[in-house]
Design a protein around this ligand. Structure first.
Ligand SMILES: [Zn+2]
Length: 673
C-alpha cells in the first residue's frame, strides 16, 4: 500500500501519549487493531507516534531488557505498528529516556542528583503531586536504554524514533558517576560553568551513541531527541537529529508565542520541522479536555503557515480505544490541512526582518539562553508577539547565522555582543542593514557596543515607572502630548551624535515608603535631556531606552507596539505585507516556485479568566484589505481553502485585494504568470 514514510511528507500526524500506571489492571481491554487503524485513517492522519516505553518505565512490547506493563497480555506496539502499516500510515515510536519511574525506583544510583546532593525524584508531600524519577545519562542506565532501542529497531517495522526527555538538569548532575567523570576531565563540580559544559558532553555522547545505533540497524528511520531543541541546545544536538519536532501546546505552559519563536529559529538549520500542539483544552493528559474545532484549526493553520508538518497530541485511554469525539475534531482540522499542505512543501519564507537573540552571559560554549521558562524569555516572547501582530515578515537568528538576508535586525532588551559579532554587525550596517535595539541590548559598563550608536550611559533604572512623550515623526497612532508610562524604567544616556525622537519624562520621585503620591507610581513632572528614542547619525540604528519588548509581553500595552511599529516603519520604509485587519490576524508570506503564498490565520479572542486562552466560537472579520509587495503583476489571486478567486489591483509593485470574510485559516496563492 502506498503511504508516507518520510517525516517531511507527513503533514498530518498524531502524537499518541500513553503513560499508564502499573496499578491499572484492565490495560488494553478494549483494544481493537482494526478500529484503531480505521479511526486514524478516517481522520486523514498519515503518521502516528505510538509508544514503546512510558514515563512510568512500563514497556508495551515484549521486552527482555525492561519490564512489560504487568496487565498487558498482547504485544500492543506490534499490533499498532501492523494496523498503521497496512493502511499506509507512517509509524514512529515513542520512548521515554530520562523519566522512568520503574528504573529509578529499582536503581536509585542511576538518578540525576541536584546541587543539594539529593536525587531528582517526586516529592511525596508536594501538592499537586507531580513528577517522575529523573535518570542520569552518565550511568549504566544508558546501556538499558540502548538495549531496549535495539529490541525495538530489530523487532518492528518502524519509520522513526521519538526519544523524549533527553537532557541533564541544568546546571548539571553530581551523581557518583558524574563526579568521577568530571574529575577525570579535570572539571570542577563546584563550578556551574563546568557543570553546564559537562551536561552538554554527556548529552552529546548519548545522542551520538543512539544515532549510530539507529543508523546501523535502520538507516532510513527518522530520529528526534525531545528536550534538545532550545535556542541553546539545537546547535549541539542538530547533527544527531533527522528533523526538529517542536513540542508546544499553546494552552499548556508554552503559550501562543513559543511555537513561532522556535519554528522561526529552527528553520535556519534546513531540516524538516514538525510543530506539535494537542487536542486537550489545557495540557498533556487532560483526558476529558477537548479543543473547539476553530481553535484546533487555528493552531493547525499556524503550524502549516510556519512551514511545518503538524502533529496533534492525544493520549489514549488505558483500555486502548481512541475517542471518536477527539478524532472527529482532528479530522475536521486535517481535512482543511489537506488543501494547503501542497503550498507548504518546498516553499521558502520571505523575510524583511529578524530577531537577533544574543547571548545573555559570557561562557566557554556557544549558547543564548540557558533553558529557563521553556527556553523562552519575556523579551523574546514580547518581540515575537509584537512582530506577529504587526505582520512583519521575520525570522529568528543567533549571532552565528547570516545577517545579510534581512533588511532589519531587532535586538530586544538584553544581550552581549562579542568582538566577532560586533564586526559582523558593523559590516551588516555598512552594507545598508538597519538595527532596532532597546534597553540593555549590547550594553557593557557605560558603553553600547552596537556600532553606529553614539550614546554614553549615565545611569539606569532610576524609577519604577517613567515616561515617553514621542515627537511627531514617531507619533503615528499615538495620543498627542501624552506621557506614555514605561513600566520598569530604563537606561539614561547622553546623546553624543544622532537625533532624539522622544525624550524621557521623569516622575516627581520614585515611590517608596518615605515618599509616595497616590496609589501606584508618581506622574510625570519634567522633560529630561535623556533620549527615550534615539536615531543614529547614519539613520540606520534606532535605540529605545526601556525594556519595551519584555514589558509588552508582561503588560500588553498597545502603545508599546505602536511605538515599535513606528520605529520599524521609519527604518524599513516599505513593508512586505500590510492589512487593515485586527492585530489577531497574522499573515506569513512564502514563495513557492515563482508564486507567492500568504497564510492568514485569525484568532477570535475572548476574555480570559483563570483558565487557558481559548477560542469559543469564531466570528470572521469582514472586508479585510491586504497589500503584498511582490514586484510582478500576478495572473490570479486564489484562496486554497474556499477556492475563491479575488479581484485585485496592481500598483507600485504591490498587489491589493479584499477578502470578504477572513476564515480561521486560509492560504492565498498569488500566482505568477
Ligand atoms: Zn549523573
Amino acid at each position: 500500500m502506498d503511504g508516507v514514510t518520510s517525516v517531511s511528507e507527513a503533514y498530518r500526524q498524531v502524537h499518541l501519549d500513553f503513560h499508564t500506571s502499573p496499578k491499572i489492571e484492565d490495560l488494553a481491554r478494549e483494544f481493537n487493531p482494526e478500529e484503531f487503524g480505521e479511526t486514524l485513517r478516517r481522520a486523514s492522519i498519515n503518521s502516528v507516534t505510538v509508544f514503546a516505553k512510558c514515563h512510568h518505565g512500563m514497556s508495551y512490547y515484549n521486552t527482555a531488557v525492561g519490564i512489560k506493563h504487568p496487565a498487558l497480555t498482547i504485544d500492543l506496539l506490534g499490533e499498532m505498528v501492523k494496523a498503521c502499516r497496512s493502511r499506509g500510515i507512517r509509524v514512529a515510536v515513542y520512548y521515554s529516556v530520562c523519566w522512568d519511574a520503574h528504573a529509578g525506583a529499582e536503581h536509585p544510583e542511576w538518578l540525576q542528583v541536584g546541587l543539594d546532593g539529593s536525587p531528582i525524584r517526586p516529592k511525596p508531600f508536594e501538592r499537586p503531586y507531580y513528577g517522575w524519577e529523573t535518570l542520569c545519562l552518565n550511568t549504566p542506565y544508558t546501556a538499558y536504554v540502548r538495549g531496549q532501542l535495539e529490541e525495538i529497531l530489530r523487532g518492528y517495522d518502524i519509520d522513526g524514533l521519538f526519544l523524549d526527555i533527553v537532557f541533564q538538569r541544568r546546571p548539571g548532575c553530581i551523581c557518583r558517576y558524574c563526579r568521577e567523570s568530571m574529575e577525570s576531565l579535570d572539571m570542577d563540580y563546584a563550578n556551574p560553568e563546568d557543570l553546564r559544559s559537562h551536561s552538554r558532553i554527556i548529552e552529546t555522547r548519548f545522542m551520538r551513541e543512539v544515532y549510530e545505533l539507529v543508523k546501523s540497524l535502520r538507516p532510513s528511520s527518522s530520529i528526534y531527541f525531545n528536550g534538545m531543541s532550545s535556542l541553546n541546545m539545537a546547535r549541539s544536538a542538530e547533527p544527531y537529529m533527522s528533523h526538529f519536532e517542536i513540542e508546544s501546546l499553546p494552552t499548556g505552559p508554552w503559550g501562543y508565542y513559543h511555537f513561532p519563536l522556535y519554528a522561526r529559529y529552527l528553520r535556519n538549520f534546513g531540516k524538516p520541522l514538525v510543530g506539535m500542539t494537542a487536542r486537550f483544552h489545557a495540557s498533556w493528559a487532560d483526558f476529558g479536555g477537548l479543543k473547539t474545532v476553530p481553535q484546533l484549526l487555528y493552531e493547525v493553520g499556524r503550524i502549516l503557515g510556519h512551514g511545518c508538518a503538524v502533529s496533534i497530541g492525544d493520549q489514549m485511554h488505558p483500555r486502548c480505544f481512541l475517542d471518536a469525539a477527539v478524532y472527529d475534531a482532528i479530522g475536521a482540522a486535517y481535512s482543511v490541512a489537506k488543501l494547503t499542505e501542497v503550498a507548504v512543501q518546498g516553499a521558502e519564507p520571505l523575510h524583511e526582518a529578524a530577531i537577533l537573540a544574543l547571548p545573555m552571559r559570557r561562557g566557554a560554549d556557544r549558547y543564548v539562553f540557558e533553558g529557563e521558562g521553556f527556553g523562552m524569555d519575556d523579551l523574546l516572547a514580547g518581540a515575537v508577539k509584537m512582530l506577529l501582530e504587526e505582520r512583519v515578515q521575520f525570522g529568528v537568528i543567533d549571532p552565528w547565522m547570516d545577517f545579510s538576508r534581512y533588511r532589519l535586525l531587532v535586538i530586544p532588551d538584553h544581550g552581549l555582543l562579542d568582538d566577532e559579532t560586533r564586526a559582523k554587525l558593523s559590516s551588516y550596517l555598512s552594507a545598508g542593514g538597519k538595527v532596532l535595539l532597546s534597553y540593555r541590548a549590547t550594553m557593557e559598563g557605560d558603553e553600547f557596543r552596537c556600532p553606529g550608536l553614539n550614546l554614553r550611559v549615565l545611569g539606569s533604572d532610576k524609577y519604577d515607572v517613567d515616561f515617553i512623550r514621542p515627537e511627531p515623526v514617531i507619533g503615528d497612532g499615538l495620543p498627542k502630548g501624552f506621557d506614555i508610562a514605561m513600566y520598569g524604567s530604563g537606561v539614561y544616556c547622553e546623546i553624543v551624535g544622532g537625533t532624539i525622537l522622544a525624550r524621557v519624562r521623569e516622575p516627581y520621585f520614585r515611590r517608596s515608603y518615605r515618599e509616595y503620591s497616590s496609589h501606584t507610581y508618581t506622574p510625570a513632572a519634567r522633560t529630561t535631556a535623556y533620549p527615550a528614542i534615539a536615531l543614529s547619525e547614519e539613520q540606520n540604528v534606532i535605540y529605545i531606552y526601556s525594556m519595551i519588548f519584555a514589558a509588552y509581553y508582561r503588560y500588553g500595552y498597545s502603545l508599546y507596539r505602536k511605538l515599535v511599529r513606528n520605529c520599524i516603519n521609519l527604518l524599513l520604509g516599505e513593508r512586505l505585507v500590510t492589512a487593515d485587519a485586527p492585530s489577531s490576524t497574522e499573515a506569513y508570506l512564502w514563495v513557492k516556485d515563482s508564486s507567492y503564498v500568504l497564510h492568514v490565520v485569525n484568532y477570535s479572542p475572548m476574555r480570559v479568566g483563570r483558565h487557558p486562552e481559548y477560542m469559543d466560537e469564531y466570528y470572521p472579520p469582514s472586508r479585510v484589505r491586504l497589500r503584498v509587495k511582490i514586484g510582478w503583476e500576478p495572473r490570479r489571486v486564489v484562496s486554497l481553502i474556499t477556492g475563491k478567486t479575488h479581484s485585485y489591483a496592481w500598483r507600485d509593485g504591490h498587489v491589493e485585494f479584499e477578502i470578504e470574510e477572513i476564515p480561521v485559516y486560509d492560504a492565498i496563492v498569488i500566482e505568477s504568470r
